[in-house]
Ligand binder design. Structure first.
Ligand code: MTE
Length: 328
């Protein structure tokens, strides 16, 4: 008997699911989306002029320069639809610009011109890259990844960037290098987010870290774009870390420094509360957060409007085949 397999809706490649960046004028497309009320339950689309101005600014903040990249066929489909660009671009975590989700407007203050990333520490070839150097040195590709926040919400985002292992090959860590630390941009005049949280002084700048073997894993990725364009500021422009098997807080935004080290570096959330935010932070349905269960997640599904779908959390966020061997 011949079985004809009909692809399920969630197997539609990202390009087909969100053709906007490829086929349409992006600004017009985004404005149409916000006008149509996509994301309306996050940010009410009101009929008044003020509401229209806010919506237009949101569309502008996502209307960054085009960035074309071939999809990596290994990571071009996932088991759920791509999150709408407007939803993803207005529901963020970025403490440097505030503790709420609606930081997209404040984040536009981030000065991304002449960005430099210093790669330093225990490496044979330390180097400071600007954005142009990064694009010339490391071939970019598109990867559709599941994204899971420790707060239990989740999305699917098409990232554009390059694997972290390419940077490792370029800078050649020495034998003593066992960890890496990422430091985000911080300037208290510009990044005006809270100085205190949970009764603790926040250890700015935002830092995150990995074991070197984790950084060398196929999945570990530096994103300089998403949805076919350069990274919008609210998502961590101009370069951020994306680690789809870990909780989202491991993915530092606006990285200014990458340092290779022989000991585990202190990191932002782990310094604030190591029980709530462990250094490893792998997505694990069987390990509850001290204040909530991680057994299920709220998936922000495609618009129009915000729909939360409850789904079971997958071990390693569904990426166990790639990373489980790192944790035996
Ligand atoms: N990076 C910096 N510098 N500052 C932050 O507050 N928040 C983290 C991570 N990277 C954060 C950060 C958290 S908790 C999450 S869930 C993701 O960014 C959110 O990424 P998104 O806003 O692009 O969805």
């Amino acid at each position: 008997m011949t079985i004809i397999r009909v692809p399920k809706s969630w197997e539609i490649p990202e390009q087909e699911a969100t053709p906007e960046s490829v086929y349409f004028n992006r600004r017009r497309f985004l404005k149409t989306l916000v006008g149509a009320g996509v994301g309306a339950t996050i940010m009410p689309i009101v009929g008044c002029k003020q509401g229209e101005q806010v919506n237009s600014k949101l569309a502008d903040s996502l209307d960054t320069a085009s960035l074309a990249a071939e999809p990596n066929s290994t990571f071009s489909t996932v088991d759920r639809p791509t999150t709408d660009i407007i939803l993803a671009g207005q529901y963020n975590n970025y403490y440097e610009f505030g503790s709420g989700k609606s930081i997209w407007q404040a984040a536009q203050a981030l000065p991304t011109e002449d960005w430099k990333v210093e790669v330093t520490g225990l490496v044979k070839n330390p180097r400071t890259y600007d954005l142009d150097d990064l694009q010339k040195t490391f071939p970019i590709e598109e990867r559709l990844y599941r994204f899971r926040c420790v707060e239990a919400w989740s999305m699917v985002i098409p990232w554009i960037g390059f694997p972290m292992k390419s940077l490792i090959a370029a800078v050649e860590p020495t034998d003593n290098a066992k960890f890496v630390s990422f430091t985000s941009y911080y300037d208290k005049e510009i990044t005006v987010g809270p100085l205190w949280s949970l009764g603790k002084k926040l250890p700015w700048p935002y830092t995150e870290g990995l074991r070197l073997e984790e950084m060398a894993n196929d999945l570990a990725f530096f994103a300089i774009g998403n949805y076919g364009h350069m990274l919008p500021k609210q998502h961590g422009a101009p370069i951020r870390a994306v680690l789809p098997w870990k909780y989202g807080f491991k993915g530092a935004k606006a990285i200014a420094k990458i340092e290779f080290l022989d000991t585990q570096p202190p990191t932002f959330w782990n310094t604030i509360d190591s029980h709530e935010y462990d250094f490893e932070a792998n997505v694990n349905p069987n390990k509850p957060h001290p204040r909530w269960s991680q057994a299920s997640e709220k998936f922000i599904s495609k618009g129009p409007g915000l729909k939360w779908e409850k789904r079971p959390t997958l071990p390693y966020n569904g990426y166990g085949d790639y990373v489980a061997n790192l944790y035996v």
